[in-house]
Design a protein around this ligand. Structure first.
Ligand code: C5P
Length: 292
């Protein structure tokens, strides 16, 4: 159909996530190395009179298409800021589990912003787009570029880094949606930030994994208190053949495993699926393109 734009919304992974003090605005300072994978929701945009959203795909039922959807807010905010005269019909195929620590909604919102700049033919700077992104959620700015990045502040300070080395990546979600706000509310420890400075580009995957072993995801403990099954997911990933690192992403419950090759990740995925057919399991690789 003419005028239709297809935009990718790749999932983000927090390779590590350290949390500092709670700030005056209620958010926490954080520090995170973020990478994107070749797996995510799909979005189609079509010029229309008003702004509307329809959702399909395996996880559509968990999301609904309510007026508060961050994807709709992204389009509305860009329209307000840019004086765009046109509307858009947003068709979202929800492939990633919802409230899963993969930045799904944030990636969708960022993809809509990127796509609408083209569809509506808007003149805007990257900074202006990042500002709108930050107003939509802490993870949205990093999803604008959707490449490897160092993330600080409450998430709005994003420094693009050279892409992480090639790797096979296994994503595993036990089917328990988790509220990010609730995980932060259960956080009992805070750490001093600003001590890490990665030597990038990482020479190879082993250099990356060596760096990551010195780090952790501070949200794992509070998330496991809410959803103890996360502990089982991590234990299961950690014993898969050829696993290099097993860790939770974001506020969970999705955990990831890193492997030297996509073939190892696929083999591991087959084994795990045979043991846990009730879990969502995706075999993928780090994405090798940036969006902007
Ligand atoms: O910005 P977003 O809606 O993704 O954040 C959800 C909730 O997670 C926030 O309301 C806040 O409670 C918590 N949060 C935080 N510090 C951050 C990011 C999120 O406390 N840096």
């Amino acid at each position: 159909m003419s005028g239709e734009l297809v935009v990718a919304a790749p999932a983000k992974i927090n390779l590590f996530l350290h949390i500092g003090e709670k700030r005056g605005d209620g958010y926490h300072d954080l520090e995170s190395l973020v990478a994107f994978v070749a797996c995510g929701d799909e979005i189609r945009l079509e010029a229309d009179d008003g702004i509307s959203l329809s959702v399909d795909g395996p996880f559509a039922a968990q999301l609904g298409s309510g007026d508060d959807n961050v994807v709709l807010r992204a389009a509305q905010r860009l329209a307000e800021r840019s004086d765009a005269q046109s509307g858009v019909r947003i068709m979202l195929r929800k492939i990633l589990p919802v409230a899963a620590g993969l930045g799904g909604g944030s990636a969708d919102a960022a993809a809509v912003l990127r796509g609408l700049v083209h569809l509506w033919n808007i003149e805007t700077s990257r900074e202006a787009l990042l500002e709108i992104a930050a107003s939509l959620g802490a993870d949205v700015p990093v999803c604008i570029g959707c490449g490897t990045a160092w993330m600080e502040g409450r998430g709005e300070r994003v420094r693009p880094l050279p892409q992480v080395p090639k790797a096979g990546v296994l994503l595993v979600n036990p089917g328990v949606p988790i509220s990010t706000a609730q995980v932060f509310a259960n956080l009992e420890t805070r750490r001093e930030l600003g001590m890490l400075s990665p030597q990038t580009p990482f020479e190879d995957l082993y250099a990356l994994v060596g760096f990551l072993r010195e780090t952790t995801n501070d949200l794992e403990i509070p998330a496991r208190r809410i959803a103890p099954v996360i502990g089982e997911v991590l234990r299961e990933i950690a014993v898969l053949p050829d696993i290099l690192l097993a860790r939770m992403s974001g506020s969970g419950a999705t955990c990831f495993g890193l492997f030297a090759t996509d073939e190892s990740a696929r083999t591991a995925g087959l084994l795990l699926r045979a043991r846990h057919s009730e879990w969502w399991i995706a075999e993928t690789v780090f994405a090798d393109v940036r969006c902007t």
